[in-house]
Ligand binder design. Structure first.
Ligand SMILES: Cc1cc2nc3c(=O)[nH]c(=O)nc-3n(C[C@H](O)[C@H](O)[C@H](O)COP(=O)(O)OP(=O)(O)OC[C@H]3O[C@@H](n4cnc5c(N)ncnc54)[C@H](O)[C@@H]3O)c2cc1C
Ligand SMILES: *[C@@H]1O[C@H](CO)[C@@H](O)[C@H](O)[C@H]1NC(C)=O
Ligand SMILES: *[C@@H]1O[C@H](CO)[C@@H](O)[C@H](O)[C@H]1NC(C)=O
Ligand SMILES: *[C@@H]1O[C@H](CO)[C@@H](O)[C@H](O)[C@H]1NC(C)=O
Ligand SMILES: *[C@@H]1O[C@H](CO)[C@@H](O)[C@H](O)[C@H]1NC(C)=O
Ligand SMILES: *[C@@H]1O[C@H](CO)[C@@H](O)[C@H](O)[C@H]1NC(C)=O
Length: 499
């Protein structure tokens, strides 16, 4: 982290005398005038805590000039107003980043070197409506904090599956939930976004007020404004059944077949959720498989999972428990403080395609045997039409997926490692995996252009993956609400709308 601690004292007059080349200090000083006590600088406890709470080392080691710890939507509105104005007066001096849980792996998605990071962590309200039909949650929540409160009320909302992950980014990028076969993507359940527009105006975007913005935010990430609250449809929810099963790699072909049958099922069980993973161990150049099965009813061993549960196992944690508990279990495998890469693809349902991906991954992983502390895994998740067709009944979303895409599956590659020196090799091998997978998918007739934004690598283009129609619509919404392109250029992090 940077070692300058004098920034707080830099008066605007000095900045002006220096010809405005203040690397954001002028803007930080202006922000501390209106948000007194909420602007922190390198070497302070608050600044350090904010950086340490990113998930990956790549994000944690980006050093913003200051961190603004907002605690209300009014704070966000004031900050955006100042940043907008400041960026007009001193171009390049008020670039900023928007950060909720900070779980995007790549550098700069939710943090910024020589700029201002707005940390939304304190926006962590969880407010059920009086009749429990909706819950309003702040973007700075981690899902564990949300579910602990909802479990106690016997309700749930469609949200993330891993306790530590943030609400803001996950929801604005789509969001895959245990409840997706019942309620669609996480964004599909949002009936109201409270948004701070580039002007600093706070508005509610719903199906009837700012409907174009409401639709755009369901997949459009940080391109339109800063969301300060999400109101989601809630439903009654008791305990669930599920857990983790480990199997020998010798079962992989049976698992690919089971996955294809399940994903293609004409009678998809809406309570079933599956993450089917293949984990590589470099030390022994070998693999094991790990499946997370969840059934969102307190019913043990539902028949829909028989093809998985009947395979010979090494170990399982299958049980009946509450939602919070299952999300804590999933968090155990993803500690923070490591270098991380996510990359993704989407393919038509096909066991042959899964097998091809496995072989490509195994061959590209051979170059990584000497990477210190390598963790490397493939996760396959069903994306059947029972999930992708929900949006159409709920006012739509901006992911560009629907019934006509047929039954799909998502591939997530997760790599973690220790040393920066290995970054280039890991990215090269990952790019090679996805390029070869694309060729194989085209040969098998299962290629799909959709890329899940929340799993995409910095070198992937999920906005284009939404398709040209959705992309053009998102660009038009940006021009309407953000005519000077604050969220395109002054907020450079994440995935942008214009090439
Ligand atoms: C361990 C782990 C488990 C995961 N599990 C799941 C899962 O079960 N389901 C799933 O769908 N995804 C999952 N993901 C992916 C996850 O959706 C993304 O990492 C997502 O970006 C996390 O949101 P965040 O708020 O923590 O991220 P951040 O990195 O803080 O934000 C992500 C992006 O969104 C923008 N953004 C954040 N908040 C706002 C806001 N309020 N207004 C405007 N823009 C904003 C940021 O600027 C940034 O570009 C997982 C990721 C990890 C690391
Ligand atoms: C903040 O972190 C830096 C770098 O790790 C460290 O040198 C410094 O002592 C920390 N300061 C405080 C107040 O925690
Ligand atoms: C749900 O499980 C969590 C984690 O085990 C536990 O802390 C919490 O008390 C449980 N909630 C209820 C309502 O039982
Ligand atoms: C947005 O909606 C909420 C809940 O209905 C309301 O309390 C708030 O005042 C609204 N905000 C604006 C700016 O309209
Ligand atoms: C389980 O596998 C059998 C044999 O391949 C298949 O017919 C059946 O549809 C599968 N069941 C499910 C729910 O996927
Ligand atoms: C992975 O590739 C290695 C090297 O080619 C090979 O020896 C091994 O059998 C492969 N593993 C699997 C599970 O196919």
């Amino acid at each position: 982290m940077a070692a300058t601690s004098t920034a707080a004292a830099t008066p605007i007059s000095t900045a002006l005398a220096n010809g405005f080349l203040t690397q954001g200090k002028t803007c930080c000083a202006a922000l501390s005038l209106v948000l007194s006590g909420k602007v922190s600088y390198p070497d302070s406890t608050v600044y350090n805590q904010s950086l340490l709470s990113y998930w990956s080392v790549q994000e944690e080691t980006v050093d913003p000039t200051c961190v603004v710890s907002v605690s209300s939507s009014k704070d966000v509105a004031l900050a955006v107003f100042i940043l907008n104005l400041g960026g007009k007066v001193f171009p390049g001096e008020c670039d900023f980043a928007v950060r909720s849980g900070g779980h995007t792996p790549f550098a700069g998605a939710a943090n910024i070197q020589q700029g201002i990071t707005l940390d939304l962590s304190a926006l962590n309200q969880v407010t059920p409506s009086a009749d429990l039909s909706t819950v309003t949650i702040g973007p700075g929540n981690r899902w564990e904090h949300v579910y602990l409160q909802l479990d106690a009320l016997g309700i749930a909302i469609a949200g993330g599956r891993v306790a530590i992950v943030g609400v803001g980014g996950l929801t604005l990028g789509g969001g895959v939930s245990f409840f997706s076969p019942r309620y669609g993507f996480v964004c599909d359940s949002i009936v109201r976004f409270e948004v701070v527009l580039p002007s600093g105006l706070i508005v509610n975007a719903t199906e009837s007020s700012y409907p174009d913005l409401w639709l755009a935010l369901k997949g459009g990430s940080n391109n339109f404004g800063i969301v300060t609250a999400f109101e989601a449809t809630a439903f009654e929810q008791g305990e669930l059944w599920g857990g983790l099963i480990l199997n020998e790699i010798s079962t992989k072909d049976a698992q690919f077949a089971a996955f294809e049958a399940l994903t293609g099922s004409l009678d998809y069980d809406p309570y079933a959720a599956l993450i089917n993973s293949y984990i590589f161990t470099a030390a022994t150049n070998s693999w094991i498989t790990a499946s997370n099965l969840e059934y969102t009813k307190a019913e043990a061993y539902p028949a829909f999972f028989d093809n998985f549960t009947s395979l010979p196992q090494i170990y399982n944690t299958l049980r009946i428990s509450n939602l919070t508990d299952f999300t804590i279990e999933l968090a155990a495998d993803d500690p923070s403080g490591r270098r991380q890469l996510f990359a993704t693809g989407t393919y038509g349902n096909s066991a042959q395609m899964m097998s091809d991906i496995f072989d490509i991954a195994n061959s590209t992983a051979q170059a990584l045997l000497n990477v210190a502390n390598l963790a490397y895994s493939l996760s396959f998740q069903p994306e059947p039409t029972i999930i992708t067709s929900k949006a159409a009944t709920l006012g739509g979303n901006s992911l560009g997926l629907g019934e006509s895409d047929g039954n799909l599956f998502n591939l997530l590659l997760t790599v973690s490692w220790d040393t920066q020196a290995d970054d280039a090799l890991i990215n090269t091998q990952a790019k090679s995996l996805f390029a070869q997978a694309e060729t194989a998918a085209k040969q098998l007739g299962v290629y799909n252009e959709y890329l899940y934004l929340n799993y995409a690598a910095s070198w992937q283009d999920p906005i284009s993956g939404y398709g040209s129609v959705v992309k053009a619509r998102l660009q038009a919404v940006s021009k309407k609400y953000d005519p000077t392109g604050i969220f395109q250029t002054q907020v450079p992090g994440g995935f942008k709308l214009f090439d």
